[in-house]
Design a binder for this molecule. Structure first.
Ligand SMILES: [Zn+2]
Length: 137
């Protein structure tokens, strides 16, 4: 490793730490609260979680239902899926959504919005200004 590479490696290793310091507090998403009623799974704190994520419920519902390979609907502040799922499984799917569509891959902060340009979708980060190409949900 030459001096320049060392410098670069050090700069890179410092990025997540600095981003973390700036954010002060980690992005907190509550655990999925889910109950099974008959053949349906009711995600009770759906509305609360999507408002923290700052994402349209329709989009999150579509992603989660797609990953669970079932159908989902809104009912009040809950989302209801056909079939029996555990809170852990839905939590895991939600983490996947957050990693792909909420967290900025450059600075790891959640201050992002999804921007559509033509047929392309981008995750735009208001914290670091990065624009990342993403797949549509
Ligand atoms: Zn960023």
């Amino acid at each position: 490793m030459n001096e320049y590479e060392k410098l670069l490696a050090r700069a890179r290793s410092q990025v997540p730490e600095d981003a973390f310091k700036k954010s002060g507090e980690r992005f907190k998403v509550p655990k999925v609260q889910l109950i099974v009623q008959g053949n349906r799974s009711i995600w009770q704190n759906f509305q609360e979680i999507i408002s923290i994520l700052n994402r349209p419920g329709k989009e999150v519902l579509k992603f989660v239902a797609g990953q669970l390979a079932t159908a989902g609907i809104f009912e009040g502040s809950a989302a209801i899926f056909n079939g029996k799922f555990s809170a852990e499984v839905v939590d895991e799917v939600l983490s996947r959504y957050i990693d792909s569509y909420v967290i900025c891959p450059v600075c790891t902060r959640p201050d992002t919005t999804i921007v559509k340009e033509g047929n392309a979708y981008y995750l735009h980060c208001s914290a670091c200004g990065a624009r990342t190409s993403i797949r549509p949900v």
